[in-house]
Design a protein around this ligand. Structure first.
Ligand code: MD5
Ligand code: FE
Length: 208
C-alpha cells in the first residue's frame, strides 16, 4: 500500500521465523559492546524509547563510530545478511531491483508499554536513499506526516508485528512519530512477549 509518494507499507512481510531470528539478534546487539540505552536529548530529557545501533552510533543529533554516551565502545558492523534483507525489502516494496541499496547503519528501537516517539524528521543522514523499517512485537500507531510541519496533515497507520515500511523519494524527509503502543497485542510467534521492536536500515552517506 502506497501511503504517500515513496512511502510503501507492506503488512505481514516478515515470517514468524524471520521475526524470531531478528529478536534473538537484537537481544545480542542490545547486550554487546554498546549496550541499548535511552538516549539523552539536548534538553536533558531522556527518550522513552531505548536504542542500540549498528554501523554508526546515533546520538541526538549526530552519527559517530563510537558510543560516547553509552560506554564509549565501538559499534558493531551491520551484518551482510541484514544488508541483504534491506535490499529485498526495497525491491519488494517498489517492485524493482535494489542491487545498489547498501545501508551502512541500523537503529534498533525498543518500545516498552508506555514509550512513544514524538514527531521528528530524520535529517542526520547525508543521503536521500530510502529508509527500511521493520516492526516486531506489539502493534503501534505510526503517524506519517508531511515535510513542512510537525502537525497536521498526517496519516495514522497501525504497524503490526512483521510489517515492512519503506520511506523513500518524497517521503524520506517527512515528519513522523509513534504516539502509542498497544500492550499485549504482540503475535505470540514473533519471539517478543512484551513491547515493540523497530529496526530501521539507513544509508548515512558518511565516511570515516
Ligand atoms: C520507529 N523510528 O517505529 C520509527 C520507524 C527513528 C524512527 O522514527 O527515527 O528511529 S522509522 C520511520 C521513518 C524513517 C524515515 C523517514 C520516515 C519514517 N518518514 O518519512 O516518515 O521506531
Ligand atoms: Fe525517525
Amino acid at each position: 500500500t502506497e501511503v504517500a509518494p515513496g512511502a510503501v507499507h507492506v503488512p505481514d512481510w516478515l515470517t514468524p521465523a524471520e521475526q524470531r531470528h531478528l529478536v534473538a539478534e537484537c537481544r545480542r546487539w542490545a547486550t554487546g559492546p554498546v549496550p541499548m540505552r535511552a538516549a539523552q536529548l539536548p534538553t536533558g530529557h531522556r527518550m522513552s524509547v531505548q536504542t542500540v545501533c549498528l554501523g554508526w552510533h546515533w546520538k541526538p543529533y549526530s552519527y559517530s563510530r563510537t558510543a560516547e554516551d553509552a560506554g564509549g565502545g565501538r559499534v558493531a558492523p551491520v551484518p551482510e545478511w541484514l544488508v541483504a534483507l534491506g535490499r529485498r525489502a526495497v525491491s519488494e516494496a517498489y517492485g524493482q531491483p535494489a542491487d545498489g541499496y547498501t545501508p551502512d547503519a541500523a537503529l534498533i528501537n525498543f518500545y516498552d508499554d508506555t514509550a512513544k516517539m514524538g514527531m521528528h524528521q530524520d535529517k542526520e543522514e547525508r543521503s536521500d536513499a530510502a529508509v527500511v523499517s521493520l516492526s516486531i512485537g506489539d502493534t503501534c500507531t505510526f503517524r506519517f506526516g508531511n515535510t513542512t510541519t510537525r502537525t497536521k496533515p498526517y496519516t495514522d497507520v497501525e504497524l503490526l508485528s512483521g510489517d515492512l515500511f519503506v520511506f523513500g523519494g518524497e517521503s524520506r524527509f517527512a515528519y513522523h512519530g509513534v504516539p502509542k503502543v498497544f500492550p499485549g497485542t504482540s503475535d505470540p510467534d514473533c519471539g517478543l512477549t512484551t513491547g515493540r521492536l523497530n529496526i530501521t536500515l539507513r544509508v548515512t552517506g558518511l565516511e570515516d
